[in-house]
Ligand binder design. Structure first.
Ligand SMILES: Cc1cc2nc3c(=O)[nH]c(=O)nc-3n(C[C@H](O)[C@H](O)[C@H](O)COP(=O)(O)OP(=O)(O)OC[C@H]3O[C@@H](n4cnc5c(N)ncnc54)[C@H](O)[C@@H]3O)c2cc1C
Length: 414
């Protein structure tokens, strides 16, 4: 039994805590904002085992210039951030060639294939399982041409083991009658589901683990160094703590801590937004994504959450009004029964330029384990990530280790 410190209490930190505690370890979480406050707070809530197609794919060479200049595009750039972003962007473009895109898709698919099993121990208790809504996600296309353009990526999904059904407009209307009759085609993804309230789920997971001994310290970790037989963490109050192992699960903010552990990782953020329509959940029965507009509408406990878009622009809290407007007018066009959103949110996805997370040991200290960079899939991949973290701490490669070649997720791959 070891003492393990986890930095970051989002989906990845909490899932890692769950798996580590199954192995009997004593776990302490560090997060100044408490549980589920980062990107984990406001995501679309979908468990998306079909999500193996990364944003870096060959279509960016064709679509990026149009995307960046159109005001109905869900993909934007804060131009003032461009000089800072250039090295990331160059790597992103290089990762979008057919060969590298397929490698990224394969690496994601290998994780996604175990994503459901990864959640099993995190959904065991009825008070956790009650947040799962087992309704398959529907991905909508308002034009036949854009559906045709997505054919190659659907074929790749199929090759990588994703199963789905292609629907016509009339099938969509039968399935979700409140949707406007503007969708020509759709894809219904098997084995997908969503959380009715991702934040409440994580809080409940935290409370369940806390009852078994998990500790949460509301402190920021600003220093990490090697100590005899372990790792020392320094927190913002100047205190130092010693652990046998440390997990870095600080989402989009992980690069600085990784650098202290000997790894320069090109982590940046894809900013995303949500707007919420309180009390409108009865309009749809499942997450409905609109492909051309880059968002999901998910029926949740407190209303419909419309979440998505990608904005490259760093960590400023300043919100892009036109993206919030895009989410609002597009969701009302898709679901005419919606009234006015009552709240909005900006979140920071942790994104590597090749769309693949960093999972593995730090170069400077093998007792430090990285678990960050899950981009659009952190909720989906939380369970399998926790399992990999626990395997690494236990030096066990019997479960995920034997099935996964972890070198694909190494911090040194760049
Ligand atoms: C609009 C949007 C929609 C999305 N929809 C989905 C979806 O439907 N399905 C899906 O699978 N994924 C989705 N995602 C992605 C998903 O939300 C993220 O990948 C996931 O939340 C990342 O989790 P995390 O635990 O790595 O990071 P976070 O949730 O960001 O947590 C990191 C935590 O680390 C803490 N921290 C940072 N620095 C320090 C430090 N120095 N010391 C201590 N603590 C620190 C932060 O306070 C934060 O709480 C979406 C994201 C967005 C933005």
């Amino acid at each position: 039994m070891a003492d393990v410190g986890i930095v970051g209490a989002g989906f990845i930190g909490l899932a890692s805590a769950g798996w580590l505690m199954r192995d009997g370890h004593r776990v302490t979480l560090f997060d100044p904002s408490g549980v589920a406050q980062g990107a984990s707070f406001g995501n679309a809530g979908t468990f998306a085992p079909y999500g193996c197609i990364p944003v870096n794919n060959p279509s960016v060479f064709r679509d990026l210039p149009r995307f960046l200049l159109s005001n109905t595009s869900p993909f934007r750039m804060r131009w003032g951030y461009l000089p800072h972003l250039l090295p990331w962007l160059a790597r992103f473009m290089l990762s979008s060639t057919q060969r590298r895109y397929e490698a990224s898709a394969g690496a994601l698919a290998a994780l996604l294939a175990q994503a459901q099993a990864g959640y099993a121990p995190l959904l065991e208790e009825p008070e956790l399982a009650k947040f799962v809504r087992p309704r398959e996600c529907l991905y909508l296309y308002s034009s036949g041409a854009s559906f045709d353009a997505s054919r190659a990526s659907l074929d790749l999904r199929e090759q990588l083991g994703v199963s789905f059904e292609v629907l016509r407009g009339e099938d969509v209307r039968e399935l979700e009658p409140s949707l406007a009759p503007i969708f020509e085609r759709a894809v219904l993804f098997s084995n997908s589901w969503h959380f009715s309230d991702p934040q409440a789920y994580l809080r409940t997971l935290h409370d369940t683990l806390a009852a078994r001994g998990l500790k949460l310290e509301r402190k920021s970790v600003n220093g990490i160094s090697s100590a005899p037989d372990g790792v020392a963490l320094t927190t913002d109050d100047g205190m130092s703590r010693h652990f046998d192992h440390v997990v870095i699960a600080t989402g989009a903010r992980s690069a600085k801590l990784a650098e202290q552990c000997g790894d320069r990782v090109p982590l940046d953020t894809e900013r995303g937004y949500h707007v919420r329509y309180r009390g409108a959940s009865q309009l749809i029965s499942r997450p409905c994504g609109w492909a051309e507009r880059g968002f999901y509408m998910t029926p949740m406990e407190d209303g419909i959450r419309v979440a998505g878009t990608v904005e490259l622009g760093g960590f400023t809290e300043t919100r892009n009004r036109s993206l919030i407007d895009l989410l609002t007018f597009s969701s009302k066009r898709a679901l005419p029964g919606l009234q006015q959103p009552d709240s909005t949110w900006l979140g920071f996805r942790p994104s590597l330029p090749d769309g693949v997370p960093v999972l593995g040991r730090a170069s400077g200290n093998e007792r430090v384990i990285y678990a960050f960079g899950h981009q659009h899939l952190g909720l989906t991949l939380a369970g399998v990530t926790g399992r990999i973290v626990a395997d690494l701490v236990a030096r066990r490669d019997s479960s995920t280790g034997a099935l996964l070649d972890l070198s694909r997720y190494a911090p040194t791959r760049f």
